[in-house]
Ligand binder design. Structure first.
Ligand code: ZN
Length: 226
């Protein structure tokens, strides 16, 4: 009798647990996904803020361009304002709108960078950190020891570092794995990168970053299939 009661209790407890899982499982999963997305937005938001600060460091003080600063400084400031408004809109957005705002933000940042660049305004951004602005040359680089060497666009500072046998100033970002180079964060920063490379050959980033965790995602992301 005791055994039967104990078994019944176990069965009922099991059924209740199953029912609770069925009823709350999807909700709990959705809550988890929402939390994860909120965290992701924090990481990418911090990245965009850093981009805006990096651009500010390159912008001449207001008024200084009259005869001194780069001719495009005022236009660069307009693109900077546009970039900030997209970053703010991204905070409030979800789903594909969110990723579109992230790309629009970095596209505006790239345009600001091109306005400030003297002579290099039509080159693709520095691959090591696109916030460095348009590249001024290409250097041979390979991702990791076993990566295939290739020519990649680099800013003057990174090109000099690579020529001296040093590591370039890679952009580090926050990810599940802690602080990593942006191309080691799988697809998380793809929209961020593609905004910077907007207007260039769409497969360029996939070719340049082939063999990296991000490079593996880019061909499908560029074609909108994932
Ligand atoms: Zn650079």
């Amino acid at each position: 009798m005791l055994v039967i009661v104990a078994l019944s209790i176990t069965v009922v407890a099991g059924l209740i647990a199953a029912l609770v899982f069925v009823r709350n499982g999807p909700k709990a999963f959705a809550a988890r996904a929402e939390r994860d997305f909120a965290e992701l937005k924090k990481w990418i938001g911090a990245c965009l803020e850093q981009d805006l600060r990096l651009l500010d460091a390159r912008l001449p003080a207001p008024g200084a361009e009259a005869g001194y600063g780069p001719p495009g400084a005022e236009t660069a400031r307009e693109y900077r304002r546009l970039a900030e408004s997209h970053a703010l809109r991204a905070w409030a957005a979800d789903g594909t709108t969110y990723w579109r705002e992230v790309s629009a933000c970095t596209e505006a940042l790239a345009k600001a960078g091109r306005e400030l660049a003297r002579g290099g305004g039509t080159n693709p951004p520095c691959l090591f950190d696109p916030a460095h602005g348009p590249s001024s040359t290409t250097v041979e680089w390979r991702p990791g020891e076993h990566g295939r060497p290739r020519q990649v666009p680099a800013c003057a500072v990174d090109a000099a570092a690579v020529a001296a046998g040093q590591a370039p100033a890679y952009r580090y970002v926050t990810s599940d794995g802690g602080e990593v180079r942006y191309f080691d964060a799988y697809g998380l920063y793809a929209s961020w990168l593609l905004g910077y490379f907007s207007g260039f050959d769409t497969d360029l980033t996939a070719r340049l970053l082939a063999g990296t965790p991000l490079g593996a995602h880019l061909p499908d992301l560029i074609r909108g299939t994932s």
